[in-house]
Design a protein around this ligand. Structure first.
Ligand SMILES: [Cu+2]
Length: 300
């Protein structure tokens, strides 16, 4: 039982991170970021090169025309959305193996290079930080997921996107145990969700599951069917059970934190939910969505 809980926290921590890198709920609470850039010692990956050269070189030639900046902004917006669709490494709540990390770093290399190439000068430091984290992952080093600075860096990109991108926004408050401020309905396309955790004790995350219109199960039952598949530890079972989950995770943070994730949503009916177990005074078995952190979002 305890195992299930701790595994689930781990999975939540993984999926809460935006498409790029995730930080353990506990790890990010201890607030001990490792030196950004230490991964650059690792021999090169495809991603570190492009980010590194951009961060080294392009700050000085930022006197470009504003039209150039506008088109670069458009690329930045689209490429960030694409990056955010990439799932975290590993299977369900099970921490990724070194091989899975290596595989993931290959998957994310192209989308990250696109972000890196299009990123405005204002976020070059963040791009460099993420690049070094991906380089670490490419050597099978999972400590990138414990590093609060990588999550901060991704937040910097999301923050910039809110300035540069013509996206729908939702400012959502997560408290114990409900979400406030989630629109009932949005248009298909980009939606930047900024989650502010106003709890004093509980981490929260905002995830989306596309409703199965053929299902006779309640929303809560559909979420439970998905999250309980992680207990099987079987990749095929998990894959089938999570097929309607919106890929790439969602915004999440510890008490007092604000975190942002931009989704690119197709039309449909979605369930939003937080799957973290009740921690303070909880039995370790009740998950936040079972205590009220669940609702519906229509995308049309
Ligand atoms: Cu929660």
């Amino acid at each position: 039982m305890q195992l299930r809980t701790s595994k689930f926290v781990s999975r939540s921590a993984m999926i809460m991170a935006s498409g790029v890198l995730l930080v353990g709920v506990v790890a990010c609470a201890d607030d001990s970021p490792k030196a950004a850039g230490s991964g650059s010692k690792t021999s090169g990956s495809a991603t570190s090169g492009s980010a590194g050269s951009k961060s080294a070189g392009s700050k000085s030639d930022s006197d470009g025309a504003s039209s150039e900046q506008a088109s670069s902004g458009t690329d930045f917006c689209g490429s960030l959305l694409a990056l955010n669709r990439i799932d975290p490494p590993g299977e369900g709540p099970i921490p990724p193996t070194p091989d899975q990390l290596k595989e993931w770093s290959k998957t994310i290399a192209g989308p990250f290079a696109a972000v890196s190439a299009a990123a405005p000068d204002a976020v070059l430091d963040q791009v460099a930080s993420l690049s070094s984290a991906i380089t670490k992952a490419s050597s099978g080093d999972g400590t990138v997921f414990d590093d609060g600075s990588t999550e901060e860096a991704h937040e910097g990109l999301e923050d910039q996107a809110r300035k540069d991108c013509d996206w729908q926004r939702a400012d959502v408050e997560a408290s114990d145990f409900k979400f406030s401020g989630v629109p009932a309905k949005v248009d298909a396309g980009a939606l930047s969700v900024r989650l502010s955790n106003t709890s004093t004790a509980e981490p929260h995350v905002f995830l989306l599951l596309r409703k199965d219109s053929a299902s006779t199960q309640s929303n809560e039952e559909q979420v439970t069917a998905m999250v309980s598949s992680f207990d099987s530890g079987d990749p095929a079972t998990i894959k089938e059970a999570t097929k309607n989950s919106v890929s790439g995770g969602g915004p999440g943070g510890v008490p007092g934190q604000s975190r942002t994730h931009s989704f690119d949503l197709e039309a449909g009916e979605y369930i939003y939910f937080c799957p973290i177990p009740v921690m303070a005074g909880g039995d370790g078995q009740t998950l936040h969505y079972q205590a009220g952190m669940i609702g519906e979002l229509t995308v049309s």
